[in-house]
Design a protein around this ligand. Structure first.
Ligand code: SF4
Ligand code: SF4
Length: 307
């Protein structure tokens, strides 16, 4: 398994000393903020809206000032990285601008429909943009004709492309990799669809086997452009990471737009864990617990970890 090899540990330590400091000081290294309930899409697979229905929320949204107070509090604790999600976080561009002033690194996960904001005279956030397949499949999943707009943003901003793989698009993994690569994305991250038990979008049996085969194929074709390692695939299948998930142990915290802490970025229920394909706890387990050098190499290329 290559567990605890000296080479792996050295490689891990050299990647991100700040990670180690944050673990030792028990400070969340990342904090994920859902900035807004608003979204300009209504996608078929939206985990965000399914988790908010479950909450029966009154949809209060924190003001800029209230969010800034929280950002500063976490920054003071020692948090280095803010991950801004939603809804669609670019609908609160002013707040992205404020987060950039506060955190060492800001990552914004967008559906890529609106032109991604650039901030004059400031460092830029790292954008993650979703792509679900070829034009036809992407637009079908997103329930809107938005593929061309997403592609334009990928060409102009070179974001990391993120792709949720489910029963609707698992046959297009190679297409997704080619589109992302040929249009200038800086990397591609697969998220194997996470859902409640019996959700028809979850990959199982032959469909899952086919998806894994295609992921392995694109990993070998595109190398470190694909942020998924063999160890991560192993962990996704075994679910060994679940009891140690970084959200459960507090290394990453996640908040709804009204400031309430939620169970994890995927939603607000432990029922999701059984079918979790979220890349964050999988990668973290491969890095922190397994010191897997294959994952370290990919993480180093894709993320600019702050010192
Ligand atoms: S873009 Fe994201 S938040 Fe908006 S509906 Fe689609 S999956 Fe949900
Ligand atoms: S669903 Fe996944 S990310 Fe969320 S707590 Fe469970 S294992 Fe962690």
């Amino acid at each position: 398994m290559g567990l605890f090899k000296v080479k792996n540990i050295i490689s891990f330590i050299s990647m991100a000393p700040s990670f180690l400091k944050s673990i030792l000081r028990k400070v969340p290294f990342y904090v994920n903020y859902d900035l807004t309930w608003q979204c300009n899409l209504k996608c078929k697979h939206c985990y965000f809206f399914s988790s908010t229905t479950e909450l029966n929320s009154k949809r209060k949204e924190l003001s800029n000032e209230e969010w800034i107070k929280i950002f500063k509090y976490h920054k003071k604790l020692g948090t280095k990285i803010a991950i801004l999600t939603g809804g669609e976080p670019t609908l609160r561009t002013d707040l992205i601008k404020e987060a950039i002033k506060i955190f060492s690194s800001v990552q914004v996960v967008s559906n890529g429909v609106m032109k991604l904001p650039r901030f004059k005279g400031q460092k830029q956030p790292k954008y993650w943009v979703s792509l679900d397949g070829t034009k036809e499949t992407h637009d079908k999943i997103r329930c809107a004709k938005v593929f061309d707009k997403v592609l334009k943003n990928i060409r102009e901003f070179h974001p990391v492309v993120t792709s949720a793989i489910m029963t609707l698009n698992y046959k297009e993994i190679e297409d997704i990799a080619k589109i992302a690569h040929d249009n200038g994305a800086s990397g591609l991250v697969f998220q194997l669809y996470t859902g409640y038990p019996h959700d028809p979008l979850i990959l199982k049996g032959e469909m899952l086997r086919e998806a894994i085969k295609s992921i392995l194929k694109v990993m070998s074709k595109y190398g470190n452009f694909i942020f998924y390692s063999k160890k991560m695939l192993e962990l996704y299948l075994s679910k060994e990471f679940v009891p140690h998930c970084v959200f459960k142990v507090g290394q990453i915290k996640s908040f709804y737009p009204d400031g309430r802490q939620k169970f994890c970025v995927m939603g607000n229920s432990p029922l999701l864990c059984e079918n979790c394909g979220c890349v964050v706890p999988i990668a973290a387990y491969a890095l922190f617990r397994n010191f897997d050098s294959g994952t370290v190499d990919k993480a180093r290329k894709l993320f600019n970890f702050p010192k």
